[in-house]
Design a protein around this ligand. Structure first.
Ligand SMILES: Nc1ncnc2c1ncn2[C@@H]1O[C@H](COP(=O)(O)OP(=O)(O)OP(=O)(O)O)[C@@H](O)[C@H]1O
Length: 268
């Protein structure tokens, strides 16, 4: 048995932020983490957020997830307030570190939110098998996190986010700590997963090639105060072999991202 949940209404615009501001009050004075952020993310988009440390990428993702409250402005997720979207389980969230419980198996980690949501054991087992298959980890259910490589752990944490069956995936630098070859491989797998599941993905990264390779749109941000300085629509086809990174089209987009980052960089 799977507990009842409100059907997700398929909104064309999945994220809509207008004049969004967030100021943290700190001991050293106010920190303007987001300033006048306007952005629309459409259903099925893969949007990357790139910018130097402290430009508000994580804060923006956390606002979408209802983990931070904006100081002013408006944001809708699937056409409703983030709090409502969170309660409707409209998104899955993947953190920088895999964050798996070491005392639970991979299956046990993925099952945990399903247990809390009230899935019965048969429904839990079915869902765990399904999401492990999606991230290419079929057969690893009984392993413990420490028995898996860093890349596999991160895939398991993506599987856990997918178990929510949400149409939106919020990913905060999920591959930042991995070496480049593993990261390339996971980038390819993530694109395949995105194509297969038709999800909308918001993805934070520091890497220009990663942002260009993955995204349909790249949002360039700059710090002090954190704001959007450029939004680049990718002209690359959705089907992207890794070799596309050597194409003139790819390099031209990467160049524009780099220029945007340079313009907003403080060098201090
Ligand atoms: N809870 C908080 N309290 C006070 N200041 C905060 C808080 N969270 C974030 N900040 C500040 O807000 C600004 C934006 O932080 P945020 O983590 O969103 O940046 P980021 O672009 O994700 O950085 P990074 O790439 O280093 O992860 C930073 O100056 C940060 O120090």
């Amino acid at each position: 048995m799977i507990p009842e949940r409100k059907p997700e209404i398929a909104h064309r615009t999945v994220i809509e932020a207008s004049k969004l501001n967030l100021t943290f009050q700190t001991g050293d004075g106010p920190v303007h983490a987001l300033k006048d952020v306007d952005l629309k993310v459409e259903k099925g988009d893969f949007v990357s957020f790139i910018g130097p440390s402290g430009c508000g990428k994580t804060t923006f993702l956390r606002v979408m997830a209802d983990l931070e409250q904006p100081t002013s402005g408006a944001i809708l997720v699937n056409g409703v307030l983030p709090e409502v979207a969170r309660k409707n389980r409209a998104y899955g969230y993947v953190f920088q570190a895999a964050g798996l419980y070491p005392w639970r198996t991979i299956g046990g980690n993925i099952r945990l939110p399903l247990e809390i949501m009230g899935y019965d054991r048969a429904a839990q087992a079915k869902k765990v098998a399904e999401v492990l298959e999606l991230v290419d980890l079929a057969g690893f259910e009984k392993k413990y996190p420490w028995q898996l490589s860093g890349g596999m752990q991160q895939r398991a944490s993506i599987a856990r986010a997918l178990a929510f069956e949400a149409q939106i995936l919020l990913m905060d630098e999920p591959f930042g700590a991995l070496d480049e070859i593993v990261r390339d491989h996971l980038n390819e797998q993530l694109l395949a997963l995105w194509a297969r599941t038709q999800k909308t993905i918001c993805f934070v990264t520091h890497s220009i090639p990663e942002a260009v390779y993955l995204s349909t749109r790249i949002v360039v941000m700059s710090p002090r105060p954190g704001r959007i300085t450029d939004v680049i629509e990718s002209t690359l086809p959705r089907e992207r072999p890794l070799g596309i990174r050597d194409s003139p089209e790819f390099l031209a987009i990467a160049h524009r991202v780099r220029d945007g980052l340079r313009a907003g960089h403080a060098y201090d």
